[in-house]
Design a protein around this ligand. Structure first.
Ligand code: SF4
Length: 287
């Protein structure tokens, strides 16, 4: 881990990465791809120690309140966050300045910040997003080795529901010949329905692989699933989009389940929901 003084923190779409690199060790992680030009080991995470100061400046200069996102490239609740508390300080600022927050994580450390998420949600809107890829706990420990497993993430979703904080699940990736099964999908959807999630993000049944990410993934396959790398190479070659042979069937099952339970599932609809920020009271009184 090393610290840097960042120049900016918010992207044009109001997303932020307080950390760069990640410690959760997901074997399929796209963020470690070479196209992101890491100049340090992916696990030697970069800590943007001035993130709260930069965020405060950015929030002060915004004329309109909006949703602030975090967690797309690096998990905001890696173990060092326990002591560093940078994500928490950023959430406190979001609350103080009356913005909304959409946080994506796989970690139960987010429960530490339940109080502040509740405050944001009462004032404006907070959405907690969790990734679920497998209902099989043992497989989860292989796919995502350094973070809590699916059963615990479900408990986090349940806790959010109990506190009226809306949730969205990222159902991705579903890896061909590993977790792209009807049984697995049914298990994850069961969790989503039980937790009454607002939406599920699923782009298709498959995974993307590119340089950097692919090598890491294949090395993990060699360690845990001998012979599977060969099957991938023979079936998909160097394709970026690695689509499961079960794609069509499982996507139908996914859509039917979401329709039956009133869960948002079309990516545009879920992203529109995540971006939608309730207007301020003053704005409302104008009409
Ligand atoms: S949590 Fe996300 S960023 Fe971190 S290793 Fe897993 S996939 Fe990569």
């Amino acid at each position: 881990m090393h610290t840097v003084t960042a120049k900016t923190i918010l992207s044009a779409q109001n997303g932020m990465n307080i950390y760069r690199g990640c410690l959760h060790g997901c074997i399929y992680c796209d963020s470690r791809s070479e196209c992101y030009h890491f100049t340090h080991d992916f696990e030697d995470i970069e800590v943007k120690e001035n993130a709260p100061e930069l965020l405060e400046q950015a929030l002060r200069s915004k004329r309109r309140k909006c949703m602030i996102g975090t967690g797309s490239m690096s998990d905001p609740y890696m173990p060092p966050e326990k002591d560093l508390r940078l994500t928490r300080r950023c959430l406190e600022l979001i609350a103080r300045y009356g913005f909304g927050a959409a946080v994506l994580t796989k970690s139960d450390l987010i429960l530490r910040d339940l109080d502040i998420l509740e405050q944001i949600n009462e004032q404006k809107k907070a959405v907690v997003q969790m990734t679920l890829t497998t209902a099989d706990e043992n497989l989860c420990r292989i796919l995502e080795p350094h973070v809590c497993t699916t059963a615990r993430r479900f408990e986090v979703l349940e806790t959010m529901r109990a506190h009226q904080i809306p949730t969205v699940v990222w159902l991705t990736p579903l890896l061909p010949f590993l977790n792209d099964t009807e049984e697995n999908l049914r298990g994850i959807l069961r969790y989503c329905v039980d937790a009454q999630v607002k939406g599920i993000v699923c782009f298709g049944i498959g995974v993307t692989l590119r340089q950097g990410d692919r090598e890491y993934f294949y090395a993990a396959l060699d360690r845990h699933f001998p012979g599977l790398r060969r099957r991938y190479e023979q079936t998909f070659g160097d394709a970026y989009e690695v689509v499961s042979p079960n794609h069509a069937r499982l996507m139908r099952m996914f859509a039917d389940t979401c329709e039956a339970h009133g869960i948002l599932y079309k990516p545009d609809a879920v992203f529109a929901y995540l971006k939608e920020c309730p207007p301020d009271q003053e704005q409302l009184t104008l009409f």
